[in-house]
Design a protein around this ligand. Structure first.
Ligand code: FAQ
Length: 330
């Protein structure tokens, strides 16, 4: 991939320095200063590749992540709930588009990333391979899944790559609203009939462990964490963020009058860390390998949606071509 160089580089002023050496020094300084790398700056190929990987996986997650909730728009229990859920699902689409744009600034067009997703060659978050079986799952997704997303993404607002960090600021603001609406759904159900309360508890039971797995494998198995942290892309390790999240929801679940399905959660005063029960990493690996409860269905729906949208892409391209022709004549 072609590399670019900051206009600030001495090499560009023709002082005879090797551009790659000067570029690396410039990049190292940005990282050391905890400053921002911008699209036209020189960056190591491995840094670029890591960002394209993470940002595109994130974008795909937002797009595939519309499905579990999208399925419930027509079944929302009131007009108000329907309007809120529609707005939330649309927000997720917007997040996907910001993120594809951020990835494009690194030189990979959105069509390429989309083709990788449709070909089954790209990852998206494991959480979206679990079913949403009841209305209470809309609450659990908002509270736990958006909650985990915020916990993971607030530190990404300080990621070293400018376009990604800036996209995260807006995304996190919207995710905060999503989390609140999910919590509020659960709160209402928890204070409703015994059957509604039970439905809320079951939704939490089902979503809890998959939400914790959103933070990625344990640090000991995380291939990318240490390098991503050295580059100031990730600010905390997977386990650090997971622990932080458990601490947050352990308090919030008390307000709901419900419980988390893990008897081992406790704050260890000696270590100053949250402890929780062992997660089933075998299950996580199965989901990543494409064998989760809904992997096949999610991909099938995504491909269908892409095919059904062909006429929109064709119409947009025809419109753009016609306008360009008109401008040429004028
Ligand atoms: N699912 O070395 P690490 C949302 C993969 S957005 C699937 O630890 P890294 C909003 C990982 O890619 C949710 N794959 O990797 C919403 C790597 O595979 P590779 C998405 C996973 O990148 C709410 C391998 O395992 N958020 O929810 C998962 O340093 C409601 C080794 O792992 C983001 O993407 C997983 N859970 O750390 C939308 C946030 N975990 O590439 C709709 C940005 C790991 O070598 C409704 N991403 N893998 O083949 C990140 O912060 C990081 O990429 C991590 C993983 C923390 C996810």
């Amino acid at each position: 991939m072609a590399t670019q160089h900051s206009p600030l580089l001495a090499a560009e002023n023709g002082d005879g320095q090797d551009p790659a050496v000067a570029g690396q020094a410039y990049f190292d300084q940005i990282i050391e200063d905890d400053s921002r790398v911008e699209p036209r700056d020189w960056m190591p190929d491995a840094y670029r590749k890591t960002l394209i990987r993470q940002i595109s996986q994130h974008a795909h997650s937002e797009i595939i992540g519309m499905q579990p909730e999208g399925n419930w728009i027509s079944r929302a229990p009131s007009l108000k709930r329907k309007a809120i859920l529609m707005a939330k699902v649309q927000d997720e689409a917007g997040h996907g588009l910001y993120l594809y744009s951020a990835a494009e600034t690194l030189g990979t067009p959105r069509e390429v990333l989309n083709d990788q997703l449709l070909a089954g060659k790209a990852r998206y978050s494991s959480i979206f391979n679990y079913p949403a079986r009841s209305w209470a799952d809309m609450g659990a997704i908002g509270w736990l899944v958006d909650g985990a997303a915020i916990c993971n993404q607030v530190p990404l607002c300080r990621a070293s790559y400018g376009p990604y960090a800036r996209a995260m600021v807006r995304v996190c603001k919207e995710e905060s609203f999503h989390q609140r609406q999910g919590f509020e759904i659960l709160l209402e159900l928890a204070n409703g009939t015994p059957a509604q309360k039970q439905m809320a508890q079951e939704a939490i039971n089902g979503m809890y462990a998959p939400a914790l797995m959103m933070f990625g494998p344990p640090d000991s198995d995380s291939a990318h964490s240490s390098q991503s942290m050295a580059w100031n892309i990730k600010r905390f390790s997977n386990d650090e963020l997971r622990q932080r999240f458990v601490g947050m929801i352990a308090e919030q679940v008390k307000v709901l009058g419900l419980t988390l399905p893990d008897d081992d959660i406790r704050f260890n005063k000696d270590t100053g860390k949250w402890e929780y029960g062992e997660l089933d990493w075998q299950e996580f690996n199965e989901v990543l390998a494409g064998r989760g409860p809904c992997n096949a269905q999610r991909m099938e729906r995504r491909r269908e949606a892409h095919e059904n949208g062909a006429w929109v892409r064709e119409a947009a391209a025809a419109f753009a071509a016609k306008r360009a022709q008109k401008e040429q004549v004028a």
